[in-house]
Ligand binder design. Structure first.
Ligand code: PEP
Ligand code: CO
Length: 470
């Protein structure tokens, strides 16, 4: 059975050995590589976590994003942890994402495609292989799929068995997500209650309450008119993560019996990080063969020619919805560095989904030793992204955010005016600083303002088009 699956898969995607021959970046050094081989074999025997048809549905929705007919909201932890796989934590994350999406849908009057950094976001690329504390140097933490955050040699030694645990926790997370999103929790008619216990800051609270009251009135009107729609009751929510660890991603890749093509069944969408996007590299080679929608992060180091070569490799047939380009330039660079890339890609005739990650280009260390981000810079990068697209007449297709559903103190600023001295009170991220629920909702209102400004422009364009038509 295992041999047969492997043979069929490796007919269409390069065998692991070929990918390793390309010297993949950011792979853990396991003390006993034979254990890794056994774990990959074990994972190959496990059932898929998602179905090919679901990946296709997401690709079709991302094609709408690329065409300016929908907006993408992608968000979740920088690094999920095994310990945080609980109903309470997951519900809180989902609630914040659903609330943001309601705010955005209402402003844009367009569908919002909802994708979590969730159910598999367990592996992290790192800028250094080691970490030193008080003269002790240990392997860096690379995510719960690789090692453990605790600063001891045993905890930091990469263990392949963790890949199986990552699979198990992802399966449990997906199961809960499906229950929450299809089982009534996401019913739009309960939009008020999602935040009843958490929006305590008067500024955000007032805006959210006003908006949910409007939505409730509109829904009550439609129900009174006899409209009964399943879309009020359930939500399509997709899972995504950075496809970093080749053994995990390769082992969960299966051939779809319907189309005979390979899908990475560990998530609906997978993305390539800024550190592993080398055009001739193993990650790009592997991802180019998948039928899933794929993302690629681009940071300030990318050249226009590399961006074009990357897209040629990942999407040779120029299929809308296939690639999402997630830029993370930094607030001070986005207005200069993004336009030539967007222009060149659009000139090449491609339609990609343009998404802004306003987090990863704006990380800094505080004097008291915390890695943080300033809410004002996050907002500034989002505004820069919208400015660039407004200027070029292209569609600012979405945002990619690191957030959590609880009241952590990891990013400074925002409606609660967190400062550097506050960071210590609830800094819980295993990796990068995330926005807490109020900051996330506040950001959603900022994006919403840009979207509704854009909506008036789009409506005008539409009216001119109609007038000319007659
Ligand atoms: C991330 O998304 O957590 C990440 C590491 O991003 P990037 O690849 O853009 O640096
Ligand atoms: Co991160």
């Amino acid at each position: 059975m295992y041999r047969r699956i492997l043979a069929v898969v490796e007919n269409q995607i390069p065998p692991l050995a070929e990918l390793h021959a390309l010297n993949p970046a950011q792979q853990p050094s396991y003390p006993d590589p034979s254990k890794l081989v056994a774990v990959a074999k074990e994972l190959r025997s496990r059932p898929p976590l998602v179905f090919a048809g679901e990946c296709d549905a997401l690709r079709a929705q991302i094609a709408n994003v690329a065409a300016g007919r929908a907006f993408l909201l992608q968000g979740g932890d920088c690094a999920e942890t095994f310990a945080a796989v609980s109903a309470v934590e997951l519900r809180a994350k989902l609630r914040v994402l659903l609330s943001m999406s309601v705010v955005l849908t209402y402003a844009a009057q367009l569908p919002v495609v909802k994708v979590g950094r969730i159910a598999g976001q367990y592996a992290k690329p790192r800028s250094k292989d080691t970490e030193t504390r008080d003269g002790v140097t240990l392997p860096a933490y690379r995510g719960d799929a690789v090692n453990s955050l605790e600063f001891t040699l045993a905890a930091r030694t990469p263990d392949p068995e963790r890949l199986v645990e990552a699979y198990n926790r992802s399966a449990a997370t997906l199961n809960l997500l499906r229950a929450f999103t299809k089982g009534g929790f996401a019913d739009l008619r309960a939009v008020h209650t999602w935040n009843a216990d958490f929006v305590r800051n008067s500024n955000v609270e007032e805006r959210y309450e006003k908006l949910s009251a409007e939505i409730e009135r509109a829904l009550a009107f439609m129900v009174a008119c006899g409209v009964v729609d399943e879309n009020f009751r359930t939500v399509d929510f997709y899972a995504s993560h950075e496809a970093l660890l080749l053994e995990y991603e390769h082992s969960l890749t299966r051939i779809d019996s319907r189309t005979g093509t390979p899908y990475n069944t560990s998530a609906h969408m997978v993305w390539i990080g800024d550190r592993t996007r080398q055009v001739g590299g193993a990650h790009v080679e592997f991802m180019s063969k998948l039928r899933n929608p794929v993302g690629v992060k681009i940071g300030p180091g990318i050249s226009v020619s590399d961006a074009l070569a990357l897209l040629d490799k990942l999407d040779p047939s120029c299929e809308a919805g296939r690639v999402t380009v997630i830029s993370r330039m930094g607030a001070d660079k986005v207005r200069d560095l993004l336009p030539p890339i967007v222009q060149a890609v659009e000139d090449s005739g491609r339609k990609v989904a343009w998404v802004c990650d306003p987090m990863h280009g704006n990380t800094f260390a505080t004097a008291n030793g915390y890695k943080t981000r300033a809410f004002s810079q996050v907002v500034d990068e989002v505004n820069g992204f919208f400015d660039v697209h407004d200027e070029l007449g292209t569609w600012p297709g979405g945002v990619h955010i690191e957030l959590t559903g609880s009241d952590v103190t990891e990013c400074v600023g925002g409606v609660d005016e967190l400062n550097e001295a506050d960071l210590g009170s609830r800094y819980e991220s295993a990796c990068d600083p995330r926005m807490n629920r109020n900051q996330s909702l506040e950001l959603a209102f900022t994006v919403a303002e840009r979207l509704s400004e854009g909506r008036s422009k789009r409506v005008n364009q539409f009216q001119i088009f109609n007038a000319e038509d007659f």
